[in-house]
Write a protein that binds this ligand. Sequence first.
Ligand code: COA
Length: 429
Amino acid sequence: MANDTLTITDNRTGKSYEVPINEGTIRAIDLRKIKVEDTDFGLMTYDPAFTNTASCRSSITFIDGDAGILRYRGYPIEQLAEKASYLEVAYLILHGELPTASQLKEWSFWITNHTMVHENLKTQIDAFHHDAHPMGMLCSSIASLSTFYPDARNIGNEANRLKQIYRLVAKVPTLAAFTYRHTKGYPYVYPDNDLSYSGNFLNMMFKMSELKHSPDPVLERALDVLFILHADHEQNCSTNAMRSVGSSQVDPYSAMAAAIAALYGPLHGGANEQVLRMLAEIGSPAGIPDYIAKVKTGEKKLMGFGHRVYKNYDPRAKLVRDTAYQVFEVKGRNPLLDIALELEKVALHEDYFVSRKLYPNVDFYSGLIYQSMGFPVDMFPVLFAIPRTIGWLAQWNEMVQDSEQKIARPRQIYTGYDSRDYVAIEHRD
Ligand code: COA
């Protein structure tokens, strides 16, 4: 049987090296012994944007991008979206197993009991300008939670980590809803702990003068499904930020603020917002050929299409599309849906997209649902951050316990000047 090793011949020296292969991977540090001179630093790999570098070993989420497969802890996303609740999936992602009835009860109890936030956070949100982006307000609010819970610094203690996880999963919807209420000038709505996780979020968003808010069960379930679909996605940009910042052993609130900042970008969690803006810009199915032509010349991007990992239909996109029809039954058909469906059809037949394996991703249809449910476009990335909280925290929790992990610190290829002497200001050109 063949050895699980890689033999590398360095043509600069003619020397050969044998490097072990484990789990289809070589360790970059094993290349360090490849040198021309003894004093050399040794061979490095160059991988901007980590396109072919594993930064960790993880047992949380599995993606096969070519086959369009997504599983949390081994369970196919389709089964979880059909059968589970968001809190059940959140437990699974964190603990690795589906909860028993009593574990789910206890987990839900702790999440429910941490939904309130310190009143000073309301004052802090009040200080933002009326048109502040909700994602900026959420990012700052989460960062400031670290000042309310200084005990969170003790990241080596498992029970302590769990307490911060309860707090974050519970408080993110409250703060998210507060950012919306602030932009509208509406009074803040306190959590209603009789409601489900998603139902309570809808309550804090949309309750007006009624004594008790009763969310529509179809919308509540649709939101829960969307939360399940967004709960984790292995080593994406924001999760990498969470792990990278968390590797300095900072508290999880500060690390999560960094993850939210990463998610805010239009190439990541901001994409669903951009999809809606794009559909509005296209205006009607008649505007599609012109837009596609601009995409092909590089003038525009087809937002909600393409993915670093999926080179096939994103399995979440199909589930989101199915959920959209359920929401439209209650709220009426979103007129932008026709543009989206036609755009998808045209793009999937165009050589530009086919040859680059560009398919709709999770963001392509989610914005249409959110808009129909009454969420303003600015809130879309926030609606991504709420469910992703458990993914970030599970990944952080895994990293903290991984004895192979250290402070994240990539190498660089230095391309600047060699040593040169300081020039006095009067002698500079
Ligand atoms: N519209 C038009 N062209 C696209 C495209 C899109 N949405 N996504 C990728 N491409 C093109 C690139 O221009 C590139 O073409 P080239 O080979 O001629 O240069 C090719 O497809 C490969 O794309 P690349 O940018 O190398 O892929 P990536 O893995 O670095 O980027 C994304 C992945 C998600 C950032 C990218 O597909 C994108 O910007 N999509 C739109 C934003 C979005 O929906 N993000 C949400 C992700 S869940």
